[in-house]
Design a protein around this ligand. Structure first.
Ligand SMILES: Nc1ncnc2c1ncn2[C@@H]1O[C@H](COP(=O)(O)O)[C@@H](OP(=O)(O)O)[C@H]1O
Ligand SMILES: [Mg+2]
Ligand SMILES: [Mg+2]
Ligand SMILES: [Mg+2]
Length: 335
């Protein structure tokens, strides 16, 4: 087997995620009411989600023209007369970060967004992109994340997550915000400030028992059952209050030891997880000394397509306590 170092993929992904993150930050400061809409599944999407996807897809096309992309958004809601206001805003935001020679026309920007329409699958390489993960968090001024991952033959090899609102040091919540997380399979997990290229290695907190640990779960009770988490905490002897935040910032937080256990406990029988909500976090957690499975103990299967159809829920924790966490989860869910 040839060993690939993915150094070009790593640096292009960092550049793409940083410029998309900056657009999100600037949109938040100027977001107005008609720049958000509700998708068919009742979830929100904003001009920032579309622009971030256009920027990242444009960057990927420049450096890896043959690579397909599984991106969350598509241009449907930007088309025609009804999409005109949003479309014009997305065009100006996107061109705002591109250099003079890179400026794109309206149709090119819609096409860039729609390069994210790949079906995914088990063969070859493709990118998974969530231009804003945690759009609800973004809108409330909380945590959100720009997430980009490279999947090769069904395995996540590279993951980059930009967290514009995450403090660089969680012990200094009022300190500098804007943290970037990077992992390449087999090469460890790292974080850096948005403002400085210097990277530092990260790893899970050094806990010896689950009683010392803290859960990290969704703000939205509809995304992960808060009630089941309370029951699981009792079984694991956990007394610390759960940390709640939106987006894959949760995976980042446990990977650097701010909290310890990521829980995504199914709230419905029918919801199917999407690969872009988990791909980057998956390699990051693994490289920081953690393990990720679904609630049945199966590894997440990124080889099926755009969704994690074969999995149910997600549990991530330090590898050494994962079996114990899983057992408690199953005890509560099988009741
Ligand atoms: N019923 C449900 N159960 C689990 N996840 C859901 C869900 N409905 C939507 N989601 C996903 O939850 C993501 C946010 O997760 P979290 O709660 O960890 O912040 C959303 O990503 P987007 O915000 O990118 O749409 C969306 O894809
Ligand atoms: Mg969404
Ligand atoms: Mg998402
Ligand atoms: Mg999203």
């Amino acid at each position: 087997m040839t060993l690939l170092d993915y150094s070009k993929e790593r640096s292009v992904a960092i550049k793409a995620v940083l410029s998309a993150s900056k657009v999100c930050q600037s949109v938040f400061q100027h977001l107005v009411a008609n720049e958000t809409l509700t998708k068919d599944d009742k979830s929100p999407v904003t001009v920032a989600d579309f622009s971030a996807q256009a920027i990242i897809n444009t960057c990927l096309k420049e450096h890896f023209p043959a690579d397909p992309i599984v991106g969350e958004e598509d241009s449907k809601d930007l088309q025609g007369d009804s999409g005109k206001v949003l479309r014009e805003k997305v065009v100006s935001l996107t061109n705002g970060v591109l250099s003079e020679s890179e400026q794109l026309g309206e149709q090119q920007i819609l096409d860039a967004i729609d390069r994210g329409n790949y079906t995914g699958g088990a063969k070859g390489r493709h990118w998974a992109l969530d231009p804003i993960d945690g759009t609800k968090g973004f809108l409330r001024g909380g945590q959100y994340a720009v997430c980009l991952a490279l999947i090769v033959d069904g395995i996540v090899q590279v993951g980059v997550v930009g967290c514009p609102n995450l403090p660089v040091n969680y012990k200094e919540p009022e300190g500098e915000r804007g943290t970037l997380f990077i992992a390449v399979r087999g090469q460890g997990a790292f974080q850096r400030k948005f403002s400085d290229e210097k990277e530092e290695a990260i790893q899970f907190a050094d806990i010896s028992s689950t009683a010392e640990s803290t859960f990290c779960e969704s703000v939205e009770a509809g995304h992960s059952s808060h009630g089941d988490a309370v029951e699981i905490a009792k079984l694991l002897g956990i007394t610390r209050e759960s940390v709640r935040m939106d987006s894959q910032a949760k995976y980042c937080s446990i990977a650097r030891g701010d909290a310890d256990i990521y829980l995504r406990l199914p709230t419905s029988k029918t919801y199917v997880e999407k690969i872009w909500d988990h791909a980057s976090g998956n390699v990051l957690v693994t490289e920081a000394g953690g393990r990720v499975t679904d609630v049945n103990g199966k590894e997440l299967d990124f080889s099926i397509g755009r969704t994690l159809e074969k999995n149910k829920g997600v549990i991530a924790s330090k590898a050494s306590i994962h079996d114990q966490v899983l057992k408690a989860v199953q005890q509560v869910l099988n009741k």
